[in-house]
Design a protein around this ligand. Structure first.
Ligand code: CA
Length: 228
């Protein structure tokens, strides 16, 4: 999968390092070194992701992001903020950035964020499962209905969302962080513990024997895997 990334960064050294890094991972990278050029390229190009520095000459990253959103662009945006700009992260997310990374950062952290965002982008382009059957459970997500041996069981909104997410990613190991990010998105009072709690609740409802789950499996040291 050859994703296209627009990198908007005015520090020449960092621009070079990051574009080399991303290209070595197989991404197609285009660059801009100031706000107006970044905005113009962002509007014109068909990118999967824009990595956008906040402090840019001409127009700052917040304005670039806001104007892109006003134009109706739904491209994924990863903002790069300076260490001290804690408040800026919140502002950035409100303006429509999808994630942020604080400078200085480890290259591996940047790659992890990029991968996660692109996974989300590509996932959104997939058609999610509407009806799904496994074991003694059958789920109909259009009707928000889950049956256990033919009898309706009651799932809270987040439990239903979590179940659907697990089904959509069946067979894959999902980390708590991924689940948290995708199912809960950004909520300040939520920790990975929440994922464990909801998994436990869901197991109570859908597993024949919740003590020995056959469908929502714990992957030690990693997270969970849904096994139909
Ligand atoms: Ca800068």
């Amino acid at each position: 999968m050859n994703s296209r990334i627009l990198l908007v960064e005015d520090e020449p050294g960092l621009l070079l390092t990051l574009s080399d890094l991303l290209e070595s991972e197989g991404y197609t990278v285009e660059t801009a070194t100031n706000g107006p050029t970044g905005l113009a390229k962002g509007k014109a190009g068909d990118f999967d992701l824009i990595i956008l520095d906040v402090m840019l000459p001409g127009k700052n990253g917040f304005d670039v992001c806001r104007e892109l959103r006003q134009e109706g662009s739904d491209v994924a945006v990863l903002m790069l903020t300076a260490k001290t700009q804690v408040i800026d992260r919140v502002v950035g997310l409100k303006l429509g950035a999808d994630d942020y990374l604080t400078k200085p950062f480890d290259p591996s952290e940047l790659l992890a964020r990029v991968e996660a965002l692109l996974r989300r982008v590509h996932k959104e382009n997939l058609t999610p499962v509407v009806r799904f059957q496994f074991g003694i459970i059958s789920a109909d997500f259009d009707k928000a209905e889950v049956l256990k041996e033919g009898h309706p069981i009651s799932l809270a909104g987040k439990e239903l969302q979590l179940l659907r997410y697990l089904i959509d990613h069946r067979g894959k190991v999902l980390t708590r962080e991924e689940i948290l990010k995708d199912v809960w998105e950004y909520q300040a009072d939520i920790s990975t513990r929440t994922v464990d709690v909801h998994v436990a609740w869901l197991r109570q409802k859908i597993e024949e024997n919740p003590q020995y789950p056959k469908h929502i499996l714990t992957v030690r040291g990693s997270g969970y895997r849904f096994n139909p």
